[in-house]
Design a protein around this ligand. Structure first.
Ligand SMILES: [Mg+2]
Length: 175
């Protein structure tokens, strides 16, 4: 089960604190898009994404988005913001995460994979040897295409919680 356990949790990606990340030795934050950075097509979150990027960049930490969603959707959101991304990333496979780390010139220990799904984001990040952080999904239901994922996820969370309860805090918090 440990491959499914996030090393850290945090209430939301928008709480990421560059000082905490620096202490952890993080140079690049690789973030999921849907339900982590954006809930459906909420336009107001665009400003929040660029503010987060700027805040990280001020401390020489990069933000790269790793999404399983298709190129058109990811590009439409992130291209205007000038944020680096990989679409159709096929998480939980680690291949594209390994590629993204190489492109950014960072090691797994200098990388944080953050997202709302254990089955994709956390599994992929853990497989790639990165540090991983689980966030609460921005909205509870994000469409029919992930309901099965959510069901399996609920089961895995139940198993993890029975061993040691996963809790969320305002800033990154070790599990
Ligand atoms: Mg997601």
């Amino acid at each position: 089960m440990s491959i499914f356990r996030p090393q850290y949790t945090i209430d939301t990606v928008y709480n990421l604190n560059p000082v905490t990340l620096k202490k952890m030795g993080i140079k690049t934050v690789f973030s999921d898009l849907d339900n982590t950075l954006v809930a459906w097509n909420q336009k107001e979150t665009l400003k929040k994404i660029s503010q987060l990027r700027n805040r990280l960049n001020q401390h020489e930490i990069s933000l790269v988005v790793i999404s399983n969603n298709k190129y058109e959707r990811v590009n439409k959101i992130l291209e205007p913001l000038g944020i680096e991304f990989i679409a159709s990333a096929k998480k939980p496979f680690k291949k594209n995460l390994v590629k993204a780390m190489a492109q950014d010139g960072v090691t797994p220990a200098e990388s944080l994979m953050i997202g709302d799904q254990i089955l994709t984001d956390i599994l992929a990040g853990n497989s790639a040897g990165m540090k991983t952080a689980l966030v609460k999904p921005l909205i509870k239901s994000d469409g029919w295409h992930t309901w099965l994922n959510r069901l399996v996820e609920k089961f895995i969370l139940g198993c993890l919680n029975s061993k040691e309860k996963i809790t969320y805090q305002e800033d990154l918090h070790e599990q």
